[in-house]
Design a protein around this ligand. Structure first.
Ligand code: GDP
Ligand code: IMO
Ligand code: MG
Length: 423
C-alpha cells in the first residue's frame, strides 16, 4: 500500500539498524536500496549484538520478508559471512531473503582498485571502507558491471575474466600494492557457489506487486545524507544516492508511493573517514563523546570523529529528503555532560549563515553554538518520554523547534526495546 523510509541524516551510523529492527514488525517487507558492505548496521536483541552489512535489518523478525534491491552492490564474500552469522543465530533466513537480479556484484578487483586508488591519494584519501564500493558503482554507471543475475549465466566466468582484465589494466596506473588476488578469487568463486542458493527475483515486480496487494514496505537506507554522491561533502562521500530519491531508483518504486520519510539523527554528531565536519570536537569533550557513545566503526573498527549536533547540516538534509518525522538516537550518551552545545549557524567568510557553502572542505567554518544545561543523570530504566529529566525533555523540544520537524521517538540505549515514543 505504501513505502515508509528510514534514512540517516548525518554522516552515517545514526542507529538506523536498531530502528529498522524495532519498526520492522509493523511492515511486510524490509528493503535495502543502496550501498553495500560499507554499511554496518548494529542490532542488539536479547543481550546479543549482531552487525549486518548487506542483509536488511528486518531479518531477525520471523514474519518479515527482506529484499536486497537493485540499487545495492553485493560482495559474495561478505554475504556468505553474514549468512553464517544468521545460521549461527538460528535465523531461518532462506525463505525470507530475496535478492534483486539487477543488484551489482563486487568482485575482488573492485576491492583491489579501491585500495590502490586510496593509497595513491595519500593525504587527501577519502577514508573509504575499502569494500570496493566506488569501483563497483563506477562499473555500473560505466556500463561494464556484472549483476547478480549474471552469476547464473553459462558464460559467467568469461564475463568475470573480461572485467578483471580491465581492472588489472587500471591497477597498473597506480603505485604497486600488495593484494593476494589468487586467494581472493578462490574465495570469491566458492562464495558465488554458496550464494547461488539464495532466492533471486525481479525485485521491481516483486515490490510493486506487494504494494498492489496492500502490503507495507519499510525501505532501509545505508550511510547518511552527508555522504550522498550529489549533495554530500564531495569528494568525501560514498558512491550512491543516500537521499529519498535513492529509494525510487534503488527499488523501482514511484515517488508517489512514499508515505513517511523517517530521518534518524544522533543527539550529537559523528563521522568516520576524512572530510569536513564543522562541529567536530578535537578536545577532551570529543574524546568523552567517543568513549560514552562507544564510537568505533561497525564495519572497520576505526574511531569515529565526534562533535556536537549541527542544525544547519540537519536542516539541509531534512530539506533534501523531505523528512516527515525524526528519531533522535543515543540521547543517553549525553547523560554525564554538564553542558551540551548545539551548532545553530555557520560563520564563514565574514557572514553568518545557515546555508552550507559549496566547498565545505576548503572554507573555514566556525559554528555558532547555543549551550544547554545537561541533565547529569542516567536515563537507564526510563520507559516513558515524559519521565525523562526535564532538561532532557527541553533538549529534545529545542531540537524539534530548531529543525521544524516532528520528533516521534528518542532512543536511550542500543537494545531493541530502549525507545521512547513522544505523544
Ligand atoms: P547504523 O549504521 O546507522 O545502523 O548505526 P551503527 O550500528 O553503525 O552505529 C550505531 C551504534 O550505536 C551501534 O553500536 C548501536 O548498537 C548503538 N546504538 C544505537 N542506538 C543507541 C542508543 O540510543 N544509545 C546507545 N548508547 N547506543 C545506541
Ligand atoms: P552505515 O550504513 C559511516 C564513509 C567511509 C568513507 C566514505 C566513503 O553504517 O551508516 P566507501 O566505503 O563508501 O567508499 O566510503 O563513506 N562510509 C560510512 N560512514 N557509516 C556508513 O554506513 C558508511 N559507509 C561509508 O568511512 O568516509
Ligand atoms: Mg553503521
Amino acid at each position: 500500500m505504501a513505502v515508509d523510509v528510514i534514512l540517516g541524516l548525518q554522516w552515517g551510523d545514526e542507529g538506523k539498524g536498531k530502528i529498522v529492527d524495532y519498526l520492522a514488525d509493523k511492515y511486510d517487507l524490509v528493503c535495502r536500496f543502496q550501498g553495500g558492505p560499507n554499511a554496518g548496521h548494529t542490532l542488539k536483541i536479547d543481550g546479543k549484538k549482531y552487525v549486518l552489512h548487506t542483509i536488511p535489518s528486518g531479518i531477525f523478525r520471523p514474519d518479515i520478508t527482506n529484499v536486497i534491491g537493485n540499487g545495492v552492490v553485493l560482495d559474495p564474500i561478505t554475504m556468505v559471512r553474514e549468512i553464517e552469522l544468521l545460521e549461527d543465530a538460528g535465523v531461518d533466513y532462506l525463505p525470507r531473503l530475496l535478492v534483486s537480479r539487477k543488484a551489482h556484484l563486487i568482485v575482488p578487483t573492485h576491492r583491489y582498485l579501491d585500495a590502490a586508488s586510496e593509497a595513491a591519494k595519500g593525504l587527501s584519501k577519502i577514508g573509504s571502507t575499502l569494500k570496493g564500493i566506488g569501483p563497483a558503482y563506477m562499473d555500473k554507471t560505466g556500463r561494464n558491471g556484472l549483476r547478480m543475475g549474471d552469476m547464473l549465466a553459462p558464460d559467467f566466468e568469461q564475463r568475470y575474466k573480461t572485467i578483471k582484465t580491465k581492472h588489472l589494466g587500471l591497477i597498473r596506473l597506480y603505485p604497486e600494492l600488495k593484494f593476494d588476488l589468487e586467494a581472493q578469487e578462490n574465495m570469491f568463486f566458492e562464495c558465488v557457489e554458496k550464494i547461488k542458493k539464495l532466492r533471486y527475483v525481479n525485485s521491481e515486480y516483486y515490490i510493486n506487486d506487494a504494494l498492489s496487494e496492500g502490503k507495507m514496505i519499510l525501505a532501509e537506507g545505508a550511510q547518511g545524507s552527508m555522504l550522498d554522491i550529489d549533495f554530500g561533502t564531495y569528494p568525501y562521500v560514498t558512491s550512491s544516492n543516500t537521499i529519498s530519491a535513492g529509494v525510487c531508483s534503488g527499488l523501482g518504486i514511484a515517488p508517489n508511493k512514499i508515505r513517511e520519510v523517517i530521518g534518524i539523527a544522533k543527539a550529537y554528531c559523528t563521522r568516520v573517514g576524512s572530510g569536513p565536519f564543522p562541529t567536530e570536537l578535537m578536545d577532551e569533550t570529543g574524546e568523552k563523546l567517543r568513549k560514552a557513545g562507544a564510537e568505533f566503526g561497525s564495519t572497520t573498527g576505526r574511531p569515529r570523529r565526534c562533535g556536537w549536533i549541527d542544525i544547519p547540516q540537519l536542516s539541509y538534509t531534512i530539506m533534501l529528503k523531505g523528512v516527515t518525522q525524526m528519531i533522535i538516537t543515543k540521547l543517553d550518551v549525553l547523560d554525564s555532560f554538564e553542558k551540551i552545545s548545539v551548532g545553530t549557524a555557520y560563520s564563514y567568510e565574514n557572514i553568518v549563515s545557515d546555508e552550507l557553502p559549496f566547498d565545505m572542505g576548503n572554507i573555514k567554518i566556525d559554528p555558532v553554538y547555543s549551550d544547554h544545561d545537561g541533565w547529569n543523570q542516567s536515563l537507564d530504566g526510563i520507559t516513558e518520554f515524559n519521565s525523562l529529566p526535564d532538561k532532557a525533555i527541553k533538549y529534545v523540544d529545542h531540537l524539534e523547534k530548531l529543525l521544524k520537524t516532528k520528533i516521534s521517538m528518542v532512543s536511550t540505549g542500543p537494545e531493541r526495546e530502549k525507545l521512547l515514543h513522544l505523544s
